[in-house]
Design a binder for this molecule. Sequence first.
Ligand SMILES: *Cc1c(COP(=O)(O)O)cnc(C)c1O
Length: 375
Amino acid sequence: MIPGIHRPAAVYVDLAAIRQNIKEEIKHLRPDQKLFAVVKANAYGHGAVRVAQEAVKVGVSGFCVAILDEALELRRAGIIQPILVLGVTPVKYASLAAVNDISLTVPNLKWLQDSEAELSQNHLQLKIHLAVDSGMGRIGFSEDDEFIAANDFLLNNSNFNVEGMFTHFASADSNDDSYFLNQVDRFAHFKKLLKLKPRWIHVDNTAASVFNKKVHSDLVRFGIGIYGLNPSSNPAGSELKTAIKLKPAMSFVSELVQVHTIHKGQGVGYGSTYIADQDEIIGTIPVGYADGFIRKFQGFKIKVGSEYCPIVGRVCMDQLMVKLPCKMAVGTKVILISNDPDAPNSIKKAADYVDSIHYEVACLLDDRLPRKYYN
Ligand SMILES: *Cc1c(COP(=O)(O)O)cnc(C)c1O
């Protein structure tokens, strides 16, 4: 998708906040822990290469991404730190990963056997992390026999360098630890079955780390915290408290492109879901659901100049309308999503409004919106 550089709309990213959040987390790590920055999904919408470059400046030990292409993007941009692909990569690309010094996740024995065929043909060695499904129900080993067979398969197998073993928590952001502790036990069980000595045994995501969960992890897969967002899924105001201070990095900014008066009885937007009951001033903003700002935002208040104004009528594909309290000039700044966590249009409150999580709101803002970096 082509970024819209000739329209007044952009996602702004505060790089000082990104660096600060990572530095705070590095200070919070236990002495034997390292930080891998999770920059999947274009760094949660913030721009993977730029975020990775800032992360390198403040001393991260490696990166995690979701898919191989994201790892290749970082390599092409000159990132030399270890990179782990967290998802399942098709076996036929194992050699491509190996050549680019990218570590892949092993979901099961069959994947190992099939990728060995691929790698030995090309005389390559692949770095791998064994995934354990301890309760997420997503990817990884969950049966003892299969895990032991994989270990036996890997012993003295020159096509693989077993760097790590990990699991992922389903509810590290919850006050109720019972499911979390079940997963910890289940993972400990698999650790006992391990016949290899990987450098990295890792379980922590942002939540497990910043909510001080008592569990061993050689590295923290630090994702949402980089972007200054609290991983707690509780609504704004009742989130669990983080052990470190986080500063949101993202804001979504545009301008009024038209201001006009509509009269009593006139509608706004598709389906005329909003009808003026008197003369009203409507401002038009040149962004819509095609930018990832979804239709559910109808009614949400965004900041126009110094006023919070409700979005009226349905959000269109490329434009949306707000009801203004007074005449405002074309070109007036509009903050759709604020990086001030206390603002009524913070990303957290935006997510609450659309019954979602800030991860999703950030990721949905797509490539038609240029990313602009400052600080
Ligand atoms: C996305 C992801 C993370 C990072 O999670 P945050 O909540 O953003 O810290 C860590 N581990 C795995 C396996 C993931 O998929």
